[in-house]
Design a protein around this ligand. Structure first.
Ligand SMILES: Nc1nc2c(ncn2[C@@H]2O[C@H](COP(=O)(O)OP(=O)(O)OP(=O)(O)O)[C@@H](O)[C@H]2O)c(=O)[nH]1
Ligand SMILES: [Mg+2]
Length: 473
């Protein structure tokens, strides 16, 4: 199990530009850590008040003045003071709002670095907020997700997580587990006297309730993942069916190479688009066929991997070919093998046949699937396809109506492990197993739950989480 816990850093003063690179009305450069008031003092002069001292300023105060380097004035700024522990990092902080030109901002950053700060690493401000106990790991991750949210619903979910609703549930669970663990361990201290401080019936009941709660959270992951990452939608089918043409048409740009040669797409291509407030992560894959050479083989292997991970499969076929019914067995196979995903059969190239209605009917009867007819190259039928995709996505969403959603694979895995440990504990209790074994399972459930909020977590995981942030956050 992971060992606790990373010690809070010493609070070496760090500096970073907190706003995006480029030209804007304003930009913010922030510093945090020990001695930042002295560093700010070296470079800042308050308007009409030469006696002003950051060290004596109250928190949450804005001071208007100028920033200088050895050669003179750099910019007029507003310096905002936060006094520990009432700041984002719980350390002393100053934020300089300056004019938003890239050169100005870099100059201000440079004087602060020359003054004694070091450049902050990606996510280091948020990391300090976590290490200093201002937020837990879940909330820190939610901040990252909120910044990267591409749809309104992903944003809302991240905000809920940031406010700590999932943290609260997990903490309650953790406390209950801790209590039971303590009782069992107390029994161990008196093992010769065969006392039972923790009623086994009551413990069984409590563990069952916790496991149900964990199961609900685990189940919410599919929905949460779709909100965050989009509906994983894979366009599959034989070579030349028009998969790349369809990807381009749905995106409205020439993203994937189209050619009349079968086997054009080798590696898969992934792009996102939003329709009707739903984010779709669309993947164009290599056409599925026997034979071909080595690179194409690898492409096809990757296609199957993507198909196996899909929420929604668009199975594309060329309806203008006389042998279009040859596609029925592979479609049936898809339905069987990838039953976790939704499937839409998309009949392409209707512009090339006069019998499209008749053929579609045959296809519908033979597969029993939702069939959509299009001419991807001309953009015909795409609106109906998009509608059908949205309806399918709504079905995926509605499968889960939990108020708290799990959106991260890391949390999902820890919750599943915790749930497994609770199942083991219950099994042991019903077999009247030794207290030691039951306590061991409860401890590991406790550790898994603690991993999520960061109560018990390895430095490696913390590093992985904060690496994905941008500098200045
Ligand atoms: N007439 C007609 N031709 C189309 C249509 N859609 C695609 N095509 C043509 O079909 C050929 C194959 O299209 P692609 O999009 O490259 O097919 P693909 O499924 O990606 O093929 P691979 O990458 O080889 O698996 C190209 O010549 C396209 O112009 C359509 O709706 N009507
Ligand atoms: Mg292609």
């Amino acid at each position: 199990m992971t060992t606790p816990i990373i010690q809070p850093e010493e609070g070496y003063p760090i500096a970073a530009i907190a706003t995006p690179v480029g030209i804007g009305a304003l930009a913010v450069v922030r510093i945090s850590g020990k001695g930042v008031f002295d560093i700010a003092q070296k470079v800042f002069r308050k308007k009409n008040n030469p006696a002003f001292r950051f060290a004596q300023s109250k928190g949450f105060r804005a001071h208007f003045g100028t920033v200088h380097d050895s050669e003179g004035l750099i910019d007029e700024v507003v310096a905002l003071v936060f006094r520990a522990p009432h700041s984002f990092t719980k350390e002393d902080m100053v934020e300089f709002s300056c004019h938003g030109g890239p050169v100005v901002v870099k100059h201000i950053l440079k004087v602060l670095l020359d003054g004694g700060c070091r450049l902050a690493e990606p996510g280091e401000f948020t990391r300090r907020a976590f290490l200093n106990g201002r937020i837990d790991l879940l909330q820190a991750e939610a901040i990252g997700e909120m910044i990267h949210a591409r749809t309104e619903s992903a944003f809302r979910t991240a905000v809920t997580q940031m406010q700590g609703s999932l943290s609260l549930r997990l903490d309650t669970m953790r406390r209950a587990l801790l209590r039971s663990c303590a009782m069992l361990e107390l029994e161990l201290d008196f093992s010769e006297e065969e006392v039972e401080f923790q009623s086994r019936t009551q413990l069984q009941q409590e563990l069952r309730e916790m496991q149900e709660e964990l199961a609900r959270l685990v189940d919410s992951y599919q929905h949460g993942r779709i909100l965050k990452e989009g509906v994983a939608t894979v366009i599959a089918g034989k070579p030349n069916a028009g998969k790349s043409t369809l990807l381009n048409a749905l995106l409205g740009e020439e993203r994937s190479i189209v050619s009349h040669q079968p086997g054009t797409t080798r590696d898969y291509i992934e792009e996102c688009f939003i329709h009707d407030k739903t984010l779709f992560r669309l993947t164009d894959t290599a056409g599925l066929r026997e034979g071909g050479e080595e690179i194409e083989h690898e492409g096809i292997r990757r296609s199957y991997r993507k198909i196996s991970e899909a929420d929604l499969i668009l199975y594309l076929l060329d309806i203008s070919l006389d042998e279009f019914l040859d596609e029925v067995p592979p479609i049936r196979e898809f339905l069987e093998c990838y039953s976790n995903a939704c499937l839409i059969v998309v009949a392409n190239k209707i512009d090339l046949t006069r019998e499209s209605a008749e053929r579609l009917q045959q296809l519908l009867a033979a597969t029993g699937c939702d069939v959509c007819a299009i001419a991807a190259a001309r953009g015909e039928g795409l609106e109906r396809l998009r509608q059908l995709m949205s309806i399918m996505a709504e079905g995926l969403h509605k499968q889960q109506e939990a108020s708290v959603l799990v959106t991260s694979l890391r949390h999902y895995e820890a919750l599943r492990n915790a749930s497994d440990a609770l199942a083991n504990a219950q099994e042991l209790i019903s077999r009247h197993a030794e207290t030691e074994l039951i306590a061991f399972e409860l401890r590991s459930a406790l550790d898994y739950v603690g991993e999520i909020t960061g109560k018990v977590v390895s430095e490696e995981i913390v590093n992985l989480i904060f690496e994905r942030f941008c500098i200045g956050k």
